[in-house]
Design a protein around this ligand. Sequence first.
Ligand code: CAA
Length: 258
Amino acid sequence: QTNYEFILTETKGRVGIVTLNRRKALNALSTPLMTELNAALKVFDKDENIGAMVITGSEKAFAAGADIKEMSKLNFVDNFKNNFIEDWTGVTKIRKPIIAAVNGFALGGGCELAMMCDIIYAGEGATFGQPEIKLGIIPGAGGTQRLTQAVGKAKAMHLNLTGDFISAAEAEKAGLVAKIYPADQLVAEAIKNAEKIASYSLPSVLMAKELVNKSFELPLSEGLHLERRLFHSLFATEDQKEGMNAFAEKRAPNFKHK
Ligand code: CAA
């Protein structure tokens, strides 16, 4: 597709790929870019030929944050009236899994965008941080909340209050990043993992994603209850029979629900 100005989209097999494409501005997340990103993800989410998505940036920057030049003109009343940043959370409404493949800077809104995705894979040279404090503001898209859930209070406080950056290795050790790959192999590896996810039975994939996310919202007993109910429900699918028969017959499953 070529009708986007700030992103590139392509498909590989059953994977939809969005590449943030404001290279000169280190993929600063302007409102028009976020509008396009959310639109593209929605299209992939509805597309029967897509089972998982990858969001990536350039070698130098996944995204260096919300667009500071755009924000410098904003004022409280307009932000409040227009609910600035709220639209960004469209990413979290997508039902199919989204992988963030992070090379270079993932700062401020860039780190927050990565955290809105379901899995973060990082290139060896990736850098994460919430430097908003240096601008006289605080994160507005999850930097104080999702980061704390991912890495715990000690590191979240350090990152939010000092604005310091951490490396891919530190981010992996802290639990923010699932896996690290050599920078030049990162996107291909992310796509490979997305292809694997997209090969499974879609209802089970959607339920697994939804349940992990629910674990942050629900008390444990409610989360476990919902998990048990949805677990039961998957036995109504043909793919459960297919998956288990294929195991017994020592062959690859041929899932129908994609
Ligand atoms: N917004 C707008 N433009 C940005 C940007 C941003 N967040 N980050 C980088 N750019 C622009 C620079 O202004 C520069 O543009 P020009 O060439 O026109 O001057 C270009 O991208 C290249 O950047 P640098 O020359 O600064 O590159 P560098 O390699 O020297 O430094 C960097 C890289 C450390 C990432 C530095 O660019 C930087 O600190 N960027 C800002 C990071 C930041 O503060 N992010 C948080 C934003 S606030 C936020 O995100 C709020 C929220 O929670 C939603």
